[in-house]
Design a protein. Structure first.
Length: 342
């Protein structure tokens, strides 16, 4: 970490990552290991933190919770010399100092040359009564469909995505109910014809009660029409609320759904601002988010690295005393890790 020439009490970084999920932490890991002073500003919570178990992440046991997964990643980051701050970023503006951006946080002001937005999204939640999240109420089809092979499953929702997920679940089980919960279907006529051609039971009545087993897992749902149906679990499909306030304030391009538009390496429409993870369009998966973070970290390194200098900036020769370009704080941390491995 360095300090701004304007105010010695204000921290300044090469890279500031806003959000502490898998995408943001991976970006920070790459940026730090590639020699850039990096800070993560994380308000806590998020979709990954709520995971009871980790699925589809190679090398990570499924018994690892979201909190354990993130804590391990934070420890890795700090071990390489990154700064992890539990703080909420309230605003980002152009800076008056040598750094490009000024961040206002609940813990003070900081400066950075590059901003990475990793603020994610929130899943739309249906009204209670509901099964417990992760114990019968799920939001990620690709993460959790495997759990319900040959089991009775529900899908909640009245939109296109709910209808589609209900049909997709027939790849895993022959017992799928689509719960409208008293709402009128919002899917298209073509989707309606397609859905009704599949063996999916459409239940119009609202849910009025939930029965859980001793282990907390869902056993059945009770309906307003007096019926009760047994389920091993299911999926709520009520859309997503993108946490894009900071992105909007920076003027980056946002699509009709509310996601931040990026190129293949996380660059937004504003120079110096990147976005990764669930805030961007695509699959909301941990391995995908980590891949996005890695690619953004590599792109930032290419943008920020000192060497090789272009010929237009070389007056004579690069002095041996000017290399390496990595800050001393990160170099000493690298040396200490190497000594520990010996």
């Amino acid at each position: 970490m360095t300090t701004s020439s304007d105010d010695a009490d204000r921290a300044a970084y090469d890279v500031a990552v806003v959000g502490g999920g898998p995408a943001g932490l991976t970006t920070a890991l790459y940026a730090t290991r590639l020699g850039h002073e990096t800070a993560v500003f994380d308000r806590g919570g998020g979709r990954a933190a709520m995971m009871r178990d980790t699925h589809n992440v190679v090398g990570v046991p499924e018994s690892v919770s979201g909190d354990e997964f993130l804590r391990t990643a934070i420890d890795q980051l700090e071990g390489y010399g990154a700064s992890y701050e539990r703080a909420f970023v309230t605003g980002i503006d152009e800076a008056d100092s040598s750094r490009r951006f000024e961040l206002e946080t609940t813990d003070g002001t900081a400066f950075a040359d590059r901003i990475v937005l990793a603020t994610g999204l929130g899943d739309g939640r249906p009204d209670p009564p509901l099964a417990r999240t992760g114990r019968g109420l799920h939001y990620c089809l690709h993460c959790d469909a495997y759990m319900f092979v040959d089991e009775p499953v529900y899908v909640m929702g009245a939109g296109e995505s709910a209808a589609r997920v209900a049909m997709i679940m027939l790849n895993f089980t022959d017992d799928v109910d689509l719960l409208l919960r008293g709402d009128d279907p919002e899917w298209s006529g073509e989707t309606d014809r397609q859905l009704r051609a599949h063996p999916v039971d459409i239940v119009e009545s609202d849910v009025v009660g939930v029965t859980n087993g001793e282990d907390g897992w869902l056993e059945s749902l009770a309906f307003a029409d007096g019926t009760e149906r047994e389920y091993a679990g299911g999926f709520a499909m009520y859309g997503a609320d993108y946490n894009n306030d900071l992105a909007a304030s920076l003027g980056v391009e946002i699509d009709d759904d509310g996601a931040v538009v990026v190129d293949d390496h996380g660059r937004t429409s504003r120079d110096g601002v990147y976005a990764v993870g669930d805030l961007t369009p695509g699959h909301n998966q941990i391995p995908v988010a980590m891949g996005q973070g890695a690619k953004a970290g590599l792109a930032i390194h290419k943008d920020l690295r000192t060497y090789p200098k272009p010929l237009s900036e070389i007056d004579g020769e690069v002095e041996p005393t000017d290399v390496p370009a990595m800050p001393e704080s990160l170099r000493s941390r690298a040396a200490s890790r190497a000594d520990a491995d010996d």
